[in-house]
Design a binder for this molecule. Structure first.
Ligand code: 13P
Length: 258
C-alpha cells in the first residue's frame, strides 16, 4: 500500500511571526500522528526559518517552485541547488498558478522537474484542467499532455521518484472541491497512463489531490483507492484544519474503487 502524504502549499502567504505561530500550533499535534507523511512548501524567504523549526520533527520541507536553469544571469530566479541547500525534500513544479500567471509551459515545467530531480529532491508535479477544459470533455487529454511532457524530458523511471498532484484548476481556492468520485476517476486515469508503460511503477507513484481540501472533506477524498493524500492550499494556513487533514490521511483506511 502506498503511504499517504499531506503537503501544505502556503503559496504567497506568511510572515516571520505568523509562520512561527502556525508551526508552534501545528507541530506538537502532528508529532503524535502516525501512518502518513507530512510536508510544508513555503515561500523562498522562509526556507531557513522553517528548516530550523522543522528540525527533529516528522514534517518535511518543500519549495513551491524552482527556476529551470542551474544558475547565472537570471534575475529573481531561485535554483534547485539553492533550495536543496535548505534541506528541502520536495519542490512543487507546474502548479496551475505558475502555469497561468507566470506562463510556465509544459516544456518549462519539464525542465524544472528535471532540475529538482538533479538535486536529489522529489518533484511534486501538478497537473489539472480548467473548468472550460472539463466542460469541453478534454480533462484526460490535458492531464495526459502535462504528464507526457515530463516523460519525454526525464523518462518514465523519473516519475517513480516523484509525486503527482491532480489539482483541477476550477477547484483551487474556490471552495468547490472535486467529488471523491471525480478525483478518483482522474487519479485512476493517470495511474493507467503510467501503467501502460510500467505497471510496477504505476503502483508506487503517489497521486495527491488538491483543490479546496478541508477538514470536512479530506477523509472522503483520502478513502478513494487512487487518492494518496492531498496538496493543501488555504487550509494549510489554519493549524486546526491542517492537523485535521493530516489526521484524516493517517486514519484513511482505503479503498474505494469506482
Ligand atoms: P486550495 O486548497 O486553497 O484550494 O489550494 C489548492 C492548491 O492549489 C494547492 O496547491
Amino acid at each position: 500500500m502506498r503511504a499517504k502524504l499531506v503537503a501544505g502549499n502556503w503559496k504567497m502567504n506568511g510572515s516571520l511571526a505568523g509562520n512561527q505561530a502556525l508551526l508552534n500550533a501545528a507541530l506538537p499535534a502532528l508529532a503524535s500522528v502516525r501512518g502518513a507523511d507530512f510536508a510544508v512548501c513555503v515561500p523562498f524567504p522562509y526556507l531557513a526559518q522553517v528548516q530550523q523549526a522543522l528540525r527533529g520533527q516528522k514534517v518535511a520541507l518543500g519549495a513551491q517552485d524552482v527556476c529551470q536553469f542551474e544558475g547565472g544571469a537570471y534575475t529573481g530566479g531561485v535554483s534547485a541547488a539553492m533550495v536543496a541547500e535548505f534541506g528541502c525534500r520536495y519542490a512543487i513544479v507546474g502548479h496551475s498558478e505558475r502555469r497561468s500567471v507566470f506562463g510556465d509551459t509544459d516544456e518549462v515545467v519539464a525542465e524544472k522537474f528535471a532540475a529538482v530531480m538533479q538535486h536529489g529532491m522529489t518533484p511534486i508535479l501538478c497537473v489539472g484542467e480548467t473548468l472550460a477544459e472539463r466542460e469541453g470533455g478534454v480533462t484526460e487529454t490535458v492531464v495526459a499532455r502535462q504528464l507526457e511532457a515530463i516523460v519525454k524530458r526525464s523518462g518514465i523511471a523519473a516519475l517513480g521518484k516523484s509525486v503527482i498532484a491532480y489539482e483541477p484548476v476550477w477547484a483551487i481556492g474556490t471552495g468547490r472541491t472535486a467529488t471523491p468520485e471525480q478525483a478518483q476517476a482522474v487519479h485512476a486515469y493517470l495511474r493507467t497512463r503510467v501503467a501502460a508503460v510500467d505497471p510496477r511503477l504505476a503502483d508506487q507513484v503517489p497521486i495527491l489531490y488538491g483543490g479546496s481540501v478541508k477538514a470536512g472533506n479530506a477523509a472522503q477524498l483520502f478513502a478513494m483507492a487512487d487518492v494518496d493524500g492531498g496538496l493543501i492550499g488555504g487550509a494549510s494556513l489554519v493549524a486546526d484544519e491542517f492537523i485535521a487533514i493530516c489526521r484524516a490521511a493517517a486514519g484513511a483506511k482505503d479503498k474505494v474503487t469506482i
